[in-house]
Write a protein that binds this ligand. Structure first.
Ligand code: GLC
Length: 521
């Protein structure tokens, strides 16, 4: 991979705004809360923080339904609070990436309000995807597409023959990116935040902006929603990953390049092949794309090796830089995915060490450094729009607010004694930041050590890696570091070299569910 821009080898920490730190005691995290905890992130050893949407929003999808892209929701603070966050982060040597949601607006956005008040065929409606329904009385949706959150992707406008498209919730109407007004609006939004000194953008649903123009039926349509293994995995997906979307990112590349400081954008693009994913990071497009194959890989040495071997050449072919993602706010936490409990937590640490070995950047999700697992959220507390549309548990389990200190909820998440917006479990006292800071064997201590060692030994170690898989043990050599991770069920020999860090006890052999870094000369 070419270039030495900061983001190419960065460790980026995702903050889910509602659940990170609450400064005012309303049970919901906010911008001043984040700012107050930035020294924690500096001490953890990350390079950048990605902050999920904090713009004006009715919160039907917790901020991914934006009513005003250039203002802060009062729930989270003010524009001055956003400026203070960016400037404090910069003082501490941290970059800031903000979330951009261009596929859809909120139904409360001024444009959608105007569209609903206007007549069919009007310029106001032409910013969104309104179409006439099918059937004698237009009572059927215009095509057979399903919402990612379940149910039809269309909602009827009152009792008229018009319907509007929403690939997500009905409160998230999709924009028509074939309308130049839409591109112009987002160019202004990019500049608005770049002028406020943000270092980059995480582009929400980057693969969805353009739909096949005919809006034809999807063939071989899925009968159930592949939750967050989005339509990209379906064989025929006229709503995702259309060639024209890349023109949008060429324009954004030019805008970002107008600013000093290697501003960047990272795509959330669920695609069916790694080559399709790499297309988003061609030299004149976006800078990175999340590697969701890494999230989807099971706990298995050959599976991990296969994703690495697939990712590296595909990214190299476009001069791109790979990313390694294990958890985020849309998927089960990796400790839970790998089996949960002591085994899941051990495997999660080991997989993290593997991610941190590889060339490119790593994206961490808040709370993974504490070894948090998904929480079984009681039905009456669930808030994910997909729960309301499908009755499936949804994504609330990975969004439970952070435990900072103390021995009962809200564990220092905010002032006061009440439960936060999603209740925290009673047994989190040993997992708080304060408890783990006092324990050198904690997951937090492990993350701090691993990030410090990565800076020292791996960040500048180049792109070459040598992989070996033997008996479900994956060995990765990069620069002077060798990683071995044991995904099997029997102890394996330790790699030769001086131990830098192990994810668990490893005397005389590498136990199952354990990884180690050794240094060779
Ligand atoms: C992305 C976000 C997810 C959100 C969806 C709709 O996938 O990560 O949280 O619900 O887009 O904006």
């Amino acid at each position: 991979m070419s270039g030495r821009e900061w983001w190419r080898q960065a460790v980026v920490y995702q903050v889910y705004v509602r659940s990170f730190a609450d400064s005012d005691g309303d049970g919901v995290g906010d911008l001043p809360g984040i700012t107050s905890r930035l020294p924690y992130l500096r001490d953890l050893g990350v390079d950048a923080v990605w902050v999920t949407p904090f713009y004006r929003s009715p919160q039907h999808d917790h901020g991914y339904d934006v009513a005003d892209y250039t203002d802060v929701d009062p729930l989270f603070g003010t524009l001055a609070d956003a400026d203070a966050l960016v400037s404090r982060a910069h003082d501490l040597g941290l970059k800031v990436i903000v979330d951009l949601v261009p596929n859809h607006t909120s139904h409360e956005h001024a444009w959608f309000q105007a569209a609903m008040a206007a007549r069919p065929g009007s310029p106001e409606r032409a910013r969104y995807l309104f179409r006439t329904g099918r059937g004698a009385d237009a009572g059927e949706p215009p095509n057979n597409w399903l919402s990612v959150f379940g149910g039809p992707a269309w909602t009827r406008v009152g009792d008229t023959d018009q319907w509007h498209l929403h690939l997500f919730d009905s409160t998230q109407p999709d924009l028509d990116w074939r309308n130049p007004e839409v591109a112009a609006m987002f160019a202004d939004v990019l500049r608005f935040w770049l002028d406020r000194d943000v270092d980059g953008f995480r582009v929400d649903v980057a693969h969805g902006l353009l739909k096949e123009e005919s809006l034809r039926d999807q063939r071989g349509q899925r009968t159930e929603v592949d939750h967050f293994e989005m339509g990209g995995l379906a064989e025929d997906a006229p709503m995702w990953d259309q060639p024209e979307v890349h023109e949008v990112y060429r324009q954004w590349h030019r805008i970002l390049a107008e600013y000093a400081g290697d501003r960047m954008a990272v795509a959330e693009a669920w695609t069916s092949t790694v080559e399709a994913n790499a297309a988003y990071v061609r030299p004149d497009e976006l800078h990175q794309a999340f590697n969701f194959d890494w999230v989807l890989a099971p706990w298995s040495a050959p599976a991990f090796a296969e994703v690495i071997e697939r990712t590296l050449p595909a990214m190299a072919a476009v001069g791109g830089t790979p990313t390694w993602v294990l958890s985020n706010h849309d998927v089960q936490r990796h400790a839970t995915r790998y089996g949960g409990g002591a085994v899941g937590r051990a495997r999660a640490r080991a997989a993290t060490l593997l991610s941190l070995t590889l060339p490119g950047s790593a994206y961490l999700y808040q709370g993974e450094e504490l070894g948090l697992e998904d929480v079984e959220v009681a039905p009456e507390h669930r808030q994910d729009p997909s729960w309301f549309r499908t009755g499936q548990p949804g994504r609330d389990g990975c969004r439970v607010p952070m435990p900072w200190s103390g021995d009962r909820p809200p564990y220092g998440f905010g002032p006061g004694t009440g439960q936060p917006w999603i209740p925290q479990p009673d047994d989190w006292a040993p997992l708080t930041v304060a408890a783990q800071e006092a324990d050198p064997a904690s997951t937090l201590a492990f993350y701090r050590r691993a990030l410090a060692l990565r800076r020292e030994w791996l960040r500048d170690a180049g792109d070459d890696v040598t992989l070996t898989v033997l008996d479900d043990v994956l060995t990765v050599r990069r620069g002077q570091v060798t990683l071995a991770v044991n995904c099997g069920s029997r102890a394996a020999p330790l790699p030769a070299g001086e131990t830098l860090l192990a994810t668990g006890p490893a005397d005389g052999g590498l136990p199952p569910d354990t990884a180690i870094w050794v240094r060779t000369s």
